[in-house]
Design a protein around this ligand. Structure first.
Ligand SMILES: O=C(O)CCC(=O)C(=O)O
Ligand SMILES: [Fe+2]
Length: 139
């Protein structure tokens, strides 16, 4: 819904001190299901440290919506910001949202999931209108 989209954009823009008119949805937006089965392709190897802007190209801001609970639904699978001296960890919980800038300042990785199933959604935003995708349509 456009009104909701505009409110979310405005809130995000205000939080980061940027103009709401310069923030657009970008791709890929994806749903992830992670369990402890063997990776079949390099794409399945979610646990490597990476920078989202490098991995996905168009990302300026990354948001993660978690749909399952660390330790209740799965073990391992915490999100780790790699920081010199002290890594900072986000423990996924259903409904928890994490939001951060997608550049090298936020190098991160996901711990390997040891048991259970971990669900999350990645939704990203760009400041470059050329990288934008259309608003989601609800039909
Ligand atoms: O699911 C997560 O916690 C993070 C996934 C991730 O790093 C990514 O999609 O780039
Ligand atoms: Fe990432």
């Amino acid at each position: 819904h456009r009104d909701v989209r505009q409110k979310v954009q405005l809130a995000i823009a205000q939080a980061f001190g940027i103009s709401a008119s310069s923030l657009y949805l970008t791709k890929p937006t994806f749903f992830s299901r992670i369990n402890s089965t063997e990776a079949r392709t390099a794409h399945d190897e979610y646990w490597h440290a990476h920078v989202d802007k490098v991995t996905y190209g168009s990302f300026d801001y990354t948001s993660l919506l978690y749909l399952s609970d660390y330790l209740d639904d799965f073990g391992g699978g915490r999100f780790v910001f790699m920081e010199e001296g002290a890594n900072k960890t986000v423990e996924p919980r259903a409904g928890r949202v994490s939001f951060f800038t997608s550049g090298s300042e936020n190098l991160h990785r996901v711990e390997r999931v040891h048991w259970g199933t971990r669900y999350a959604v990645t939704i990203a935003f760009t400041c470059n209108p050329d990288h934008s995708i259309a608003d989601p349509a609800f039909t």
